[in-house]
Design a protein around this ligand. Structure first.
Ligand code: NAP
Ligand code: GLV
Length: 309
């Protein structure tokens, strides 16, 4: 009997996933019937992305796992009906997207590109940007995405310091804990936030911690909107303590038309496009987890429910 996989992502996602998932199952030698509707009691795996077509997971009594197509799982991890193992997405294609987004926005701010793009008079101002080695960058969150971005920025010549929940041994300096955060924020011109949204990271950058930033520092947030206290961010931008905020993610998405971020001269809004999951590569990750589930092997990228990431 074929393995029954329910595609429980938004209907609009089906067109881009159907073929790559089918190809990945075939390449893995898996006989999978991929459907968008099924008797819950017959489903072996759910392939999920928010907002998704399933909110009550309790009728899926046979399901061996819920496989998220997203890296961030804050919209599903707290679902009380979810008793099945939950795997999040770690996808080399997504990582590539994120590295290019973060490197691009770091370079924009480092090079002072806005000054040239917005020039409206023929002023020959030869003030150069500092050398990359004089532009310290902090990366908060050293998971799959933070580590890759930190390594890429370091490879461009920027001194990088990372910060995470636990101590790390990486090829660049890292720190952890509240004192570590203070050191890391105070030592950087550009801060990149790549943390998951959890109870612990909610409003991590509040007024007090934004006050630890260097005068004129830049924040780039492709993590989650809830990592930053919005009012405190706007106050820090208005006072000039913060030079610029490049924001990809928001508490409410789409960002409402009247939101002050849209028009603030020191805010760049990108519409949650930093790192989409890349179906051609991510489908192989889904297939590998189904192969593992069928072989009784441990799943990849299992979410720790207590930590919520
Ligand atoms: P990950 O591999 O789970 O890494 C999470 C990192 O955050 C880890 O280093 C972890 O520390 C750290 N962390 C978690 N809680 C913390 C806390 N309370 N204090 C300090 N550090 C903490 O996640 P990932 O794959 O790198 O993804 C990170 C986030 O990026 C996702 O959760 C999602 O929100 C966001 N994302 C955004 C987009 C986009 O398009 N904008 C795309 C994909 C993902 P430890 O290493 O010590 O555990
Ligand atoms: C996107 O934001 C993701 O978490 O994959």
């Amino acid at each position: 009997m074929p393995i029954l996989a329910l595609f429980a992502a938004p209907a609009g996602d089906w067109a881009e996933w159907e073929a790559p998932l089918g190809a990945a199952f075939a390449a893995a030698g898996l006989d999978v019937r991929l459907v968008t509707d099924a008797d819950p009691a017959a489903v072996d795996y759910l392939i999920y992305a928010p907002p998704g077509t399933v909110s009550d997971f309790s009728p899926f009594t046979r399901a061996k796992a819920v496989l998220s197509l997203w890296a961030g799982v804050e919209r599903i991890v707290g679902n009380a009906s979810l008793t099945q193992p939950l795997c999040r997405m770690v996808d080399p294609g997504m990582t590539g997207h994120m590295v290019s987004y973060v490197a691009g926005h770091v370079l924009r701010h480092h090079l002072g590109m806005d000054r040239h793009l917005k020039r409206n008079a023929p002023v020959w101002d030869q003030t150069p940007p500092p050398h990359p080695s004089d532009r310290p960058v902090a990366v908060l969150g050293l998971g799959e995405l933070g580590r890759a971005c930190a390594a890429a920025i370091a490879a461009l010549g920027f001194p990088v310091t990372g910060w995470a929940r636990t101590a790390k041994a990486l090829p660049f300096p890292t720190d952890h804990g509240e004192d570590g955060l203070r050191r890391v924020l105070g030592g950087a011109d550009i801060v990149v936030t790549l943390l998951p949204r959890t109870a612990e990271t909610e409003n991590l950058l509040d007024a007090r911690r934004l006050g630890w930033l260097r005068q004129g520092a830049v924040v780039i947030n492709p993590g989650r909107g809830a990592l930053i206290d919005e009012d405190a961010l706007l106050a820090a931008l208005d006072s000039g303590r913060l030079g610029h905020a490049t924001l990809d993610v928001f508490r409410q998405e789409p960002l409402p038309p009247g939101h002050p971020f849209w028009t603030h001269p020191r805010v760049t809004v990108t519409p949650h496009i930093a790192a989409n999951t890349h179906p051609p590569t991510a489908s192989g990750v889904v297939a590998e987890n189904i192969r593992r589930g069928e072989a009784g092997e441990p799943f990849l990228y299992l979410v720790d429910r207590a930590r919520a990431y």
